[in-house]
Design a protein around this ligand. Structure first.
Ligand SMILES: Cc1cc2nc3c(=O)[nH]c(=O)nc-3n(C[C@H](O)[C@H](O)[C@H](O)COP(=O)(O)OP(=O)(O)OC[C@H]3O[C@@H](n4cnc5c(N)ncnc54)[C@H](O)[C@@H]3O)c2cc1C
Length: 452
């Protein structure tokens, strides 16, 4: 048995930043990961990271932004591409080499005093009455199982959400303990090196909507320097579709690079929990961040930046709770408030766009744009869940619009966004008021999603 103040499960971006933050703020932290030390931070990914979370971490923790070998390319534009049109938006960021970046964060966490236990797998939560007290873990080398008792446990185990899902079913009623299939995206990607000329996609990342790929899934082409590309495909797990790799190769070979014109340097597939964030991610003695808490953009499936950001808030909330000698749900609730403010509302609004796109399909979006019912900025605002000032104008525009299915979906986004803006402005500052708020949220969200 081991005792610590903070136990972090998972050394991906959410876990490493949670651990680093709590340790920097003076806490005794153990971080466990099922992987060997050298593999922590490595992951099959599109590798794109916005500048904003990197700047956030620099401001909050003094962490240097990605640099040197960690950066495969700098990004200036994100381009939404359909067959007939391109919609570029300015979007500063990086395409990373995730492994060295993750390893740097891990080593920095150690420099701040975090004890890293690699090849240590969390098996299940240890709980008392209404409180999480740590985890049963297994040393993968010796196969020995033992307990790590912690005042606060932070579940950052990604799609496994190993602690959250092993909480007693009949306890902790305010916390979701499952992950529905409809909220999981599947993806496959290859990193390719071109044999011939340099590619024309430097400093750009493309999200490509095509009829070969079921909406709201997409094909992506991300630059990794002049000769390398990270190319991939992703869509939702439900309804179950076969042939992901075949469709990936079909699109890659038909529209981009034929077989033989490139070498594959790396390949792999994985799943991504892709949904609006959990509206409560705490119970007494427990927090969860990153993929384990659905901190992923519900359309683009970007989760690296939100995981880093949420990791900071989780580490801070854990540290403050221990300092106050109060690890109750009420004390930790501040974490929920921070997440809801930072990206909770915007990701919820993106979920509306995702639901609409699934119904009107790519052809519907193209129709809206071709008829100038929606301009590029408005399309992007819809996608990003940003301000909705343009909707009044939009409403006038769509009055004469003959495609009533599209009209209906746009109206749903408008009304839904207005509803959630109001609801999030009233997000409770303590758990007592949460059930009423949650019931309003869930009812509206189900109405919008329907059977999706
Ligand atoms: C193919 C693909 C492409 C993607 N492209 C992008 C992109 O371009 N941009 C972007 O922002 N996001 C992208 N994402 C999403 C992004 O990778 C994740 O959102 C992000 O890594 C989440 O970080 P995390 O720390 O929550 O989880 P993870 O990075 O998954 O880390 C979880 C960690 O927990 C460990 N772990 C799991 N179970 C246990 C256990 N039981 N015990 C101990 N340790 C455990 C794992 O070993 C791992 O190290 C992509 C994902 C995929 C699959």
């Amino acid at each position: 048995m081991t005792e610590t103040e903070v136990l972090v499960v998972g050394g991906g971006p959410a876990g490493v930043i949670s651990a680093l933050t709590a340790s920097k703020l003076g806490r005794k932290v153990i971080l466990i990961d099922a992987k060997p030390y050298e593999e922590i931070g490595n992951k099959v990914c599109g590798d794109a990271l916005n500048l904003a979370p990197a700047t956030f971490l620099e401001e909050k923790l003094g962490l240097e932004k990605p640099h040197g070998e960690e950066v495969a390319d700098y990004v200036e534009y994100l381009i939404f591409k359909t067959v007939k049109a391109d919609f570029p938006i300015r979007g500063d960021g990086y395409v990373l080499n995730r492994h060295p970046f993750g390893q740097r964060l891990l080593k920095t966490a150690e420099d701040y005093g975090v004890e890293v236990r690699p090849e240590t797998k969390a098996i299940k939560a240890i709980t008392g009455t209404d409180v999480v007290k740590g985890a049963v873990v297994q040393d993968k080398k010796t196969k020995q199982t033992y307990e790590i008792l912690a005042r606060i446990t932070i579940d950052c185990s990604g799609r496994n959400f190993q602690i959250r899902k092993t909480l007693p079913k009949d306890g902790f009623p305010l916390l979701e303990k499952t992950m529905e299939k409809r909220d999981v995206a599947v993806s496959y990607r290859e990193i390719i090196k071109l044999k011939g000329e340099d590619h024309p996609y430097r400093n750009k990342i493309f999200l490509i909507y095509r009829e070969e790929i079921p909406e709201p899934g997409y094909f992506w082409v991300f630059t990794k320097g002049s000769k390398r590309l990270n190319v991939g495909i992703g869509w939702f797990l439900e309804p179950r579709l076969r042939g992901m790799k075949e469709r990936f190769w079909e699109v890659l070979h038909k529209y981009y690079y034929p077989p033989g014109s490139y070498e594959v340097e790396d390949k792999g597939g994985y799943t991504i929990p892709t949904r609006y964030p959990m509206t409560n991610a705490v119970v007494s003695g427990f927090l969860t961040a990153g993929d384990a808490a659905f901190h992923v953009n519900p359309l683009s499936a970007e989760g690296h930046g939100p995981a880093l950001t949420a990791g900071y808030y989780a580490g801070k909330a854990a540290s403050e709770a221990i300092e106050a000698n109060d690890v109750s749900e009420k004390q930790l609730w501040r974490y929920n408030v921070d997440i809801m403010k930072h990206f909770g509302l915007s990701h919820t609004k993106v979920q509306l766009f995702t639901a609409a796109l699934r119904r009107i399909k790519v052809s519907g979006v193209e129709f809206l744009l071709k008829r100038k019912i929606l301009n590029q900025e408005q399309f992007i605002d819809l996608h990003a869940g940003k301000e909705l000032g343009f909707f009044d104008k939009l409403k006038i525009g769509i009055k004469s619009f003959p495609r009533y299915d599209i009209l209906l979906q746009v109206n749903k986004i408008v009304k839904g966004a207005q509803f959630f803006e109001k609801l999030f402005a009233e997000y409770p500052d303590n758990p007592d008021a949460y059930p009423t708020w949650q019931s309003q949220f869930d009812t509206k969200m189900e109405e919008i999603r329907g059977n999706q």
